[in-house]
Design a protein around this ligand. Structure first.
Ligand SMILES: Cc1cc2nc3c(=O)[nH]c(=O)nc-3n(C[C@H](O)[C@H](O)[C@H](O)COP(=O)(O)OP(=O)(O)OC[C@H]3O[C@@H](n4cnc5c(N)ncnc54)[C@H](O)[C@@H]3O)c2cc1C
Length: 423
């Protein structure tokens, strides 16, 4: 039997972030848990001469969480679907399904979607599936959206909502959005959409404690973000079955490594595929900027969906929106690497690496309130240096050794195992 496919469930911590308690091996052998199969991994080549690019994106955070509601706007129905913070790649399909629920209550079957990032494209597809004729109007389209700047993993809660600003109604929308999106993304696994199941290794010397956050500065403002403990009822808490690899059973420069299963999305492949699907189902894309809500009245469609993300700060004067700056650095891609990994370094910065076909993505940042789209050189330096230190200490496999490959789970990890995962 394929080693970790014996896992009952897959409590996941995205590389370098939040590590909960661990249990080794199969849940069925309660007395003596089976030792998980060792990880034999191709080494990551991290060096400054392999740096391809550094990208910046601003996550659209609201303390009270995303906005998902319908209202009358003159003779139109205006549906808001924005403010997804670090979870817009994860929650798009579910929020889009609820947009379509609202739209079906309106008269007319023509809809305008404003915005062409993940929330806009998924809302547009959900409307098409319900028989709407849809036009997307947007200032920019992929690859020039915030969505293209994401990591992106299935991280449904990142920086999403402050724990003291949630309401029962919002919680219900969140859970529905997460459930629908998780199901939808599972169906998209494969090269066409760039969605994959991927092993994630969290290297640590203390397998029962947290590992801290990777990336650069900016932790202060997010201390109030809701976490697993806030968003997941006790009865639904993940079992946290993760594989704990002991000394000698993994190639990282720490005593232990925790292996979990991650659902990962390649933004450029995924978003382009959504654009293609949207056009194939009769959609139209118009490049247009809206300066004020009254501009929407010039549209012919009776249903208008606002998926402008941080654009709503100006367009709809939503001053509750706060950018949470993120920054990623891409190193030359390595086809032989099909896993994510991260761990501590001497500088205290957690090294992180997410393998994608467009590069090995190292580092991250959550800097609330920072509107700058310029890369922060200090953060870049810190993240790349951390990757170089951590991955140069990785043990290379013996010549001819068979590499451990990522594979889909035998049993899909429950949705809750993706909560508390940061991006
Ligand atoms: C570094 C980083 C890592 C991330 N990692 C993850 C992750 O792992 N998982 C995850 O789920 N999410 C992740 N995210 C978050 C995700 O990228 C965002 O939640 C998502 O992109 C938000 O989408 P959006 O539609 O709000 O913005 P966008 O993708 O920017 O789309 C907004 C659209 O609205 C248009 N628009 C705006 N204003 C106007 C206007 N006035 N007129 C016309 N058009 C307008 C824009 O042109 C654009 O087409 C990450 C983000 C960053 C920066």
């Amino acid at each position: 039997m394929n080693r970790r496919r014996m896992l009952k469930t897959g409590g996941m911590a995205l590389v370098g972030f939040g590590l909960g308690s661990c249990r080794t091996g199969s849940a069925t052998s309660a007395s003596r848990p089976a030792r998980p199969a060792p990880a034999v991994l191709a080494p990551v080549h991290a060096s400054w001469d392999r740096v391809l690019r550094t990208t910046v994106g601003l996550r659209p955070h609201r303390d009270a969480g995303f906005v998902l509601r319908a209202e009358r706007f003159g003779d139109k129905t205006l549906i808001h679907d924005y403010g997804h913070a670090g979870a817009g790649m994860s929650l798009g399909w579910g929020c889009g399904a609820m947009v379509a629920d609202f739209a079906q209550q309106a008269s007319g079957r023509r809809a305008a979607v404003i915005g062409c990032g993940s929330p806009g494209l998924t809302a547009a597809r959900q409307l098409q599936r319900r028989g709407f004729e849809v036009t997307i109007y947007a200032m920019t389209v992929p690859p020039n959206t915030t969505s293209n700047m994401s990591l992106a993993g299935f991280t449904p809660t990142t920086a999403l909502v402050n724990r003291d600003r949630r309401t029962a109604e919002w919680d219900a929308q969140f859970v529905r959005a997460a459930e629908i999106s998780y199901r939808e993304l599972q169906l998209m696994v494969g090269r066409t959409y760039g969605v994959y199941w991927m092993d994630s290794y969290n290297a640590t010397d203390t397998p029962t404690s947290g590992t801290g956050r990777g990336g650069g500065r900016g932790g202060e403002g997010r201390s109030n973000y809701a976490t697993d403990a806030d968003l997941v009822p006790e009865s639904l808490r993940p079992n946290r079955f993760r594989e704990l690899l002991g000394p000698g059973d993994h190639p990282f420069p720490t005593k232990y490594a925790v292996r979990t299963l991650a659902l990962s999305i390649e933004p450029s492949i995924y978003l382009d595929a959504l654009v293609r699907d949207f056009l194939a189902f009769g959609g139209r894309i118009v490049i247009r900027k809206f300066d004020a809500p009254r501009d929407l009245m010039t549209l012919a469609e009776p249903v208008v969906v606002n998926c402008t993300g941080l654009g709503s700060y100006t367009l709809f004067d939503d001053k509750a929106l706060v950018p949470v700056k993120g920054q990623l650095t891409a190193l030359v891609p390595q086809r032989e690497i099909d896993y994510r990994a991260g761990g501590p370094t001497s500088s205290g910065v957690n090294a992180t690496m997410n393998s994608r076909s467009d590069g090995l993505i190292v580092g991250n940042l959550q800097d609330p309130g920072n509107w700058s789209l310029e890369p922060d050189e200090d953060v870049r330096q810190r993240n790349v240096d951390a990757a170089i230190e951590f991955f140069s200490a990785m043990r290379a496999p013996k010549a001819g050794a068979r590499l451990t490959r990522s594979a889909p789970p035998r049993i899909a990890p429950p949705l809750q195992s993706f909560f508390d995962v940061d991006s």
